[in-house]
Design a protein around this ligand. Sequence first.
Ligand code: ADP
Ligand code: ZN
Length: 226
Amino acid sequence: MALNVVFLGPPGSGKGTQAERLAGSRGLWHVSTGAILRACVRDGFGPDGTAGNPELVRQTAAILKAGQLVPDDLMMVLIREALAAVPAGSSGWLLDGFPRTAPQAEGLISLLAELGSDEPVVLEIFVPNEEIVRRLSGRLTCSTCGHVTAAGLAVEGDPCRVCDGHLAMREDDRPETVRNRLAVFREKTRPAKDVLAARYRFERIDGLGSPNDVTQRIASVLAAAG
Ligand code: ADP
Ligand code: ZN
């Protein structure tokens, strides 16, 4: 049976880092909707994969910059294509950044039933709000591979440890947008969690401590699942 994972957690919970590690260690196909959307904007595609619609690309860029959500209907097209691209014979997939609203969660449940996918385990990384704000202000992201470095460990323009790219502050990690993303998370993404938790196996992971501590907790929770 495939190991399919839905990763939930507010911005700054360490979700991206843990998703990267878990996908790497278990050979899972990593679907990061934020990374896909940033690539769409960079390469001039709409979230639904259409080229030649500059207005849609411009709107998407504005949504990302403001920390708002891309509309659910476009996200459903995106996730359907992302899951269709999972290589046959992979050990499973990992969703990072989706679903973010209750309708997206309902949509995912129908889509997985339609595709006959193995039921995912839902992992929520929990971190208190004050800690999140502290972590997000100033974190740096590789503009080539997306690798994240904590604030204080590097400065903008430093080389990436993973690839030959360079670190930069993500447009939406500026303080004003961070507050927005947290408000959106509270209002929209909590309900998505409730929808999934009612349907699939749900595990809450304590996101405090070092990244290695959290990786360890995730491994034990998954081992307990068998
Ligand atoms: P983070 O988890 O650090 O907030 P992501 O890289 O997951 O950031 O997402 C960045 C931005 O991409 C979000 O703030 C939002 O604008 C957009 N986005 C990503 N996933 C979704 C989604 N499932 N639905 C709507 N918008 C999304
Ligand atoms: Zn890199």
